[in-house]
Design a protein around this ligand. Structure first.
Ligand code: DMJ
Length: 456
């Protein structure tokens, strides 16, 4: 009885915390004004990047210096990731000069080992999206050159990709990978195939996705780590969080983008297993935790900023009810400290990883849910997220990650997905729907929109 009372009290406390943080029942939302505010925050961060880090991968916002992933070389991560957002925001001059800078300065002829997954979602995805938005063939040529240089990753005994490849020599490294890195390539490689009429890109990336799926357990779950040479799992923890997340996203999206029936079947079977073994109903709340892929035994009750992509995927798949329920839980995670931590234990609400690296996923899901439901609740929640985001992460000349959402102490990092994703999804949430026809594109996992075509 005492336990029951305690649970009811905790539930009541949790609900009132979320409700009071996100309660704006009477607040009227001026979408145009909010869209303008997002655009001006984009420019604030972009100016900081240009002033202190121009030509480099990322800005270090506190030390006002820069960071290159493969120093001393730069792959222009921030300009390439930011360009399609500038175009969508109508920042014509900035977009034109950034595009020219990329075309004149971006070269992949470099003796460096790059991480295939990150380079694919940020650079290949960014270049392809900007090619489709501008029709500038030079962007497609850059994308094809990059695609050619990445192809050797797939030359493994299993067809699963190695994690790193040398852009000049084609040598590979990184024999241990995960479903997200192996299975988040087909939107980009598949689009490159369609645009260059070279099936090799589609075929290799699709095989990688299928090879992960083929190794699912009898319960239909995948693990966290897998050996590329042997195809054996080396980590059997199953979840929808980092290292697996976008594998599921691409099963669904590749069905919708390419009308690929294998992807449809793989998505449908996979989501049934996720909902059976990973979903966790706690009182009235819906969460997704961790379980062992072989036994289905619950391994942890954690959920985090990365998991918050899943309401968007559920909504895109047509399951609005479940998407809404899970989004309520994501908002609760955000409300506790007024900004979300990387991970919490949803049973105890204890923060298990306190950082906030400017992640977009909760905003992405808010945008999808608003698109599908037109429920003003999501606009009001989006405004709350945006106000908190500005309040805690803005610096005098840019934006900074948080070391801890509890103390709000900042850290010296501003990843390029701030421009590609976080600010793009905020903008699209408030901007008029004509800014980007939602039904005519599929976003890659870095929020680069790719046109849905009538593929044969
Ligand atoms: C991005 O690079 C992509 O969204 C990826 O799928 C997950 N992590 C970051 C953003 O949080």
């Amino acid at each position: 009885m005492r336990t029951l009372r305690l649970i009811s009290f905790l539930l009541f406390y949790a609900l009132t915390t979320v409700n009071s943080h996100f309660a704006h029942a009477q607040t009227s939302i001026n979408k145009q004004e909010l869209a303008n505010q997002v655009r001006s925050e984009f420019l604030h961060a972009w100016r900081g990047y240009k002033k202190y880090a121009w030509g480099h991968d990322d800005l270090r916002p506190l030390s006002k210096s820069y960071h290159d992933w493969y120093a001393p070389e730069s792959l222009l991560m921030t300009p390439v990731d930011a360009l399609d957002t500038m175009i969508l925001m109508g920042l014509k001059d900035e977009a034109a000069s950034t595009k020219n800078y990329i075309i004149e300065n971006l070269s992949f002829d470099k003796d460096i080992y790059v991480q295939n997954f990150e380079v694919t979602i940020r650079l290949l995805g960014g270049l392809l999206s900007c090619y489709e938005l501008t029709n500038d063939k030079r962007l497609l040529r850059l994308a094809e050159d990059l695609g050619n240089r990445l192809l050797p990753v797939f030359d493994s005994p299993t067809g699963l990709p190695y994690r790193f490849v040398n852009l000049k020599t084609g040598k590979t490294r990184g024999v241990e990978t995960n479903p997200a890195e192996a299975g988040t390539l087909l939107i980009e490689f598949g689009t490159l195939s369609r645009l260059t009429h070279r099936p090799v890109f589609y075929d290799k990336a699709k095989r990688a996705l299928v090879e992960i799926y083929n190794r699912r357990s009898a319960l239909g779950l995948v693990g966290t780590r897998i050996n590329v040479d042997t195809g054996k799992w080396t980590g059997t923890d199953s979840h929808i969080s980092g290292a697996i997340d976008s594998y599921y996203e691409y099963l669904l999206k590749c069905w919708l983008l390419f009308k690929d029936k294998d992807c449809k079947r793989m998505w449908r079977e996979s989501v049934a297993s996720i909902n059976k073994y990973l979903a966790d109903e706690v009182g009235t709340e819906l969460w997704y935790g961790h379980a062992d892929m072989l036994t289905g035994r619950r391994t942890s009750t954690t959920y985090g900023a990365l998991d918050a992509f899943f309401p968007a995927v559920l909504a895109l798949s047509g399951n609005i009810t479940r998407a809404r329920e899970l989004q309520t839980s994501s908002f609760k995670m955000w409300a506790q400290y007024g900004i979300e931590p990387e991970e919490i234990n949803y049973k105890t609400l204890e923060v298990t990883e306190a950082a906030y690296p400017l992640r977009p996923e909760i905003v992405e899901s808010t945008y999808y849910l608003y698109h599908y439901t037109r429920d003003p609740e999501y606009l009001r929640a989006g405004k709350r997220l945006f106000d908190d985001f500005v309040k805690y992460c803005k610096t005098d000349e840019a934006y900074a990650s948080l070391k801890s959402v509890v103390t709000k102490e900042k850290s010296d990092s501003m990843q390029s997905f701030l421009f590609a994703e976080t600010l793009k999804y905020f903008y699209l949430l408030f901007a008029p729907p004509r800014t980007l026809k939602f039904d005519r594109v599929i976003f890659n996992t870095e929020a680069h929109p790719i046109l849905v075509r009538n593929y044969s």
